[in-house]
Design a binder for this molecule. Structure first.
Ligand SMILES: [Zn+2]
Length: 131
C-alpha cells in the first residue's frame, strides 16, 4: 500500500507561528531564544548562533500594531463597561495586565511573522544558488 503524503513535512519541522511567537522559538533550531527582551528580537540565537540580524525584520510598523491593539482593547473595555458597570478598581486590575500582555503578544506575533517570512526567503534564496 502507498502511504498518504505526510502534510506535516510541508512546514519543514518548524513550530506553528502562534507557538513560535508565544515562546520565541528560533526558526533555525527551535530553541526559545528568539527574543532578547519581551518584544525585541535578539541579534542571534543563543543556542545555534543563527544570525537574526541578517533577516529583514520589518520593525517600522510596530507602532501601528500597538495602536491597532490599543483601539481593539479600548473598544472591548468600553463595551464591557456599558454592559456590566464594573467597579473602577476591578477594571484597572483587569485591563492593566491585559493591555500589557495583549500589546506584547501582538508585537511578538508581528515580529515573529516577519522574521519567519524573512527566514523562509533567505532559505529559498540559498537553495536557489546551490544546485
Ligand atoms: Zn537557533
Amino acid at each position: 500500500m502507498i502511504a498518504p503524503p505526510d502534510t506535516s513535512q510541508n512546514t519543514k519541522g518548524q513550530p506553528g507561528i502562534f507557538a513560535a511567537a508565544l515562546f520565541g522559538l528560533c526558526p533555525h533550531c527551535g530553541a526559545k531564544t528568539l527574543f532578547g527582551a519581551p518584544a525585541q528580537i535578539a541579534d542571534h540565537c543563543r543556542a545555534c548562533g543563527y544570525d537574526f540580524a541578517s533577516i529583514e525584520r520589518g520593525g517600522r510598523l510596530a507602532g501601528l500594531v500597538t495602536i491597532i491593539v490599543a483601539v481593539i482593547l479600548c473598544a472591548i473595555a468600553l463595551g464591557l463597561d456599558a454592559l456590566f458597570r464594573l467597579p473602577i478598581a476591578l477594571q484597572f486590575a483587569m485591563w492593566a495586565p491585559l493591555t500589557v500582555g495583549g500589546v506584547l503578544y501582538a508585537l511578538r506575533f508581528y515580529k515573529t511573522l516577519f522574521l519567519y517570512a524573512g527566514y523562509e526567503r533567505q532559505r529559498e534564496g540559498a537553495s536557489d544558488k546551490e544546485p
